[in-house]
Ligand binder design. Structure first.
Ligand SMILES: [Zn+2]
Length: 490
C-alpha cells in the first residue's frame, strides 16, 4: 500500500493566481521548503506512550498538524500543550481545533507533547506513529506541523532523539557523527525505534537494502534478506530503472498470538513499514514476506520514484499488485495454479462490492478512502490481467503488461506530468488497444471475466459462490504460447 498525498498545494494555487495576474512566476518549491527546522524527540514515558518535541525553526504564529491519514481520523487530538519556548517572553497559544494552534506573536522556538499510544486497530499500525513498551514508529508526517498561515513544509529538518535506555533508531536516512538525522521531505520519513533492533544488509544492483527487525522471528535473517535482494533485482530488471542509495524494510511483530496471515504495510519514500504476525514457522513467515514484499518493494519504484501527479491509485496499486503476482510466479514463490486462484479470488471480491459496475477506476482513485478501498486493488488488478493477456496475444508474447514500466520511467524522466494522461497514452499505444483506457479505466461498467478470458483458453467456473479459473484441456498453439509466456508448464 502506498498513499498519495491528497493535499492541494497552496503554493500551486498561489502560483496559478499570480500567473493569472500576469506576473512572471518562478517555480517556488525551494523558497517554500527553504525553512529549516531543528527537532528533538524525547520519549518521556512508555506507559502511556508520550513524546516531548522541542523544535526551533522559522518565525511562525501558526502550527497545523495532520488530522486524518489513510482514513484514520482525529490524529490532531494527540497533540497537546504546544507552547513557545523563548525563555524571556510569554506567548499565549490557542488550540483552535484538533492539531491547529495559533499564538499571539511569531516565535521560532516551540515545544509540544504528543500521545502515541499503540493503535488498537492493527491495520493502522503501518500508517501512523505509535509506540509500545518494546518499539514504535515515528512517522514525521503525522507528528511534525506545517508552519505559518501558508502551511509551509519545513525542509530540511534535522532530528535528534532521546530514547529510553537500550533503545536505538533505524531509518532510510543515516545519522551524522553526532547522531543527527537530516530529512529533506518529512512526508516520506519514518524512524523505527525500539529495543534490540537488528539490521541485515544486501546489495541489489545499485541499491543498499537493509532489513531492520525487532522481536523474535522464526526465520533466519540471512534467508529473509536474500529474498529481499532477489525481489528488488527483479524490479530493476522490470522497470529498467536503477535505484541508488539506501532503502529499508522496517519489520515489526504484532503483539499477542497472531499468525503470518495478518499483516499491514506501507511504503513511503525509501522505507517499507511492515507489521506481521510472528506466530508461525520460519517457512510460513518467509513465504508471507515474499508475497507481501513483492508488492511493497515495487512501490519503491512505483509510485515513489515517479514524478507523476494526480490520483492514479488504480495503477500503482492494482497494476502493481498484478505485476507483483507475476514476480512471485517467476521467483517460484507461488505456482501457476496460485496465480489463477488469486485472480479468481480477486474477481469474487470485485463482484461482491455493491457499486462495482457503477464506479470507474478514475473515480475510485479520487476517493479511495471514502469509496470502497478494495475497489482500486480488485478492479485494477483484473484490468491489469486483461491488459497483460491482450498484449501477449496481440504481440505473439513479444511484449507484456510489464513493458508499461520502462516506458513510464522514460516518459517521467522528461519531467512531471499528469499520471492518468501519461498512462493512457502508453496503454492505448499498441495497435488493437486504442480504447483500452477509456473502456476499462475511465468508464464504469462490469467486467464479465468468463467472456473476456475465453479467447486465451481459460474459463470461469463458479460453485458454492466461489470462482475458479480453469485451463481448457484443448489449447490452440496461440493460447499455449500466451499461457506459457506467463509461466504455465502444461
Ligand atoms: Zn500497495
Amino acid at each position: 500500500m502506498r498513499l498519495a498525498e491528497q493535499r492541494v498545494s497552496l503554493n500551486k494555487q498561489l502560483r496559478i493566481f499570480l500567473a493569472i495576474l500576469g506576473f512572471l512566476i518562478f517555480p517556488a518549491p525551494e523558497e517554500v521548503h527553504a525553512q529549516s527546522l531543528k527537532v528533538r524527540f524525547i520519549v518521556t514515558s512508555l506507559s502511556p506512550a508520550k513524546v516531548l518535541v522541542e523544535a526551533e525553526g522559522p518565525l511562525s504564529d501558526t502550527w497545523s498538524f495532520r488530522n486524518i491519514y489513510a482514513g484514520i481520523p482525529r490524529l490532531g487530538q494527540r497533540i497537546e500543550r504546544l507552547k513557545g519556548a523563548t525563555p524571556d517572553e510569554t506567548v499565549s497559544v490557542d488550540n483552535l481545533a484538533p492539531g491547529e494552534f495559533r499564538s499571539n506573536k511569531e516565535i521560532s522556538r516551540f515545544s509540544y507533547e504528543i500521545l502515541l499510544e499503540e493503535r488498537s486497530r492493527i491495520a493502522e499500525l503501518s500508517h501512523v506513529s505509535w509506540i509500545n513498551q518494546e518499539r514504535g514508529f515515528l512517522m514525521l508526517a503525522d507528528i511534525l506541523p506545517r508552519l505559518g498561515r501558508g502551511s509551509l513544509v519545513p525542509s530540511p529538518t534535522t532530528i535528534e532523539f532521546q530514547l529510553p535506555s537500550g533503545w536505538t533508531v533505524a531509518s532510510a536516512v543515516l545519522p551524522d557523527k553526532n547522531q543527527r538525522y537530516t530529512v529533506a521531505n518529512i512526508d516520506s520519513a519514518v524512524f523505527y525505534i525500539g529495543r534490540g533492533l537488528r539490521e541485515t544488509h544486501v546489495r541489489a544492483d545499485s541499491m543498499d537494502l537493509a532489513l531492520v527487525t525487532s522481536g523474535d522471528w522464526a526465520f533466519a535473517h540471512s534467508d529473509a534478506i536474500k529474498l529481499v535482494g532477489k525481489i528488488a533485482k527483479e524490479y530493476t530488471k522490470l522497470t529498467k530503472h536503477r535505484l541508488n542509495g539506501r532503502a529499508v524494510i522496517l519489520l515489526a511483530p504484532f503483539d499477542g498470538i497472531v499468525g503470518a496471515e495478518r499483516w499491514t504495510a506501507e511504503a513511503r519514500g525509501a522505507s517499507v513499514v511492515l507489521l506481521l504476525g510472528p506466530n508461525a514457522s520460519g517457512r510460513a513467515l518467509l513465504a508471507r514476506l515474499g508475497v507481501v514484499l513483492a508488492h511493497e518493494l515495487f512501490h519503491l519504484w512505483v509510485p515513489n520514484r515517479l514524478p507523476l501527479q494526480g490520483d492514479y491509485d488504480w495503477f500503482f496499486e492494482g497494476f502493481t499488485l498484478y505485476q507483483a503476482l507475476l514476480t512471485c510466479l517467476r521467483l517460484n514463490l507461488i505456482k501457476f495454479d496460485d496465480y489463477l486462484d488469486t485472480m479468481a479470488r480477486v474477481y469474487d471480491s470485485y463482484r461482491s462490492l455493491p457499486d462495482h459496475d457503477r464506479l470507474s477506476l478514475i473515480e475510485a482513485s479520487e476517493r479511495r478512502w471514502t469509496a470502497a478501498p478494495s475497489f482500486v486493488y480488485d478492479k485494477g488488478m483484473l484490468v491489469a490481467f486483461i491488459h497483460d493477456l491482450t498484449l501477449r496475444q496481440l504481440t505473439r508474447s513479444r511484449t507484456s503488461g510489464a513493458d508499461i514500466y520502462p516506458q513510464l520511467f522514460r516518459t517521467a524522466a522528461t519531467g512531471p506530468g499528469n499520471a492518468n494522461e501519461v498512462i493512457m497514452s502508453i496503454l492505448n499505444r499498441q495497435p488493437g488497444m486504442k480504447q483500452f483506457f477509456e473502456r476499462y479505466i475511465q468508464n464504469s461498467g462490469d467486467i464479465a471475466l468468463d467472456a473476456t478470458i475465453a479467447p486465451y483458453g481459460l474459463r470461469v467456473e463458479t460453485s458454492n459462490f466461489r470462482t475458479r479459473i480453469r485451463i481448457n484441456k484443448e489449447l490452440t498453439v496461440e493460447q499455449q504460447r500466451v499461457l506459457r509466456s506467463l509461466g504455465y508448464q502444461g
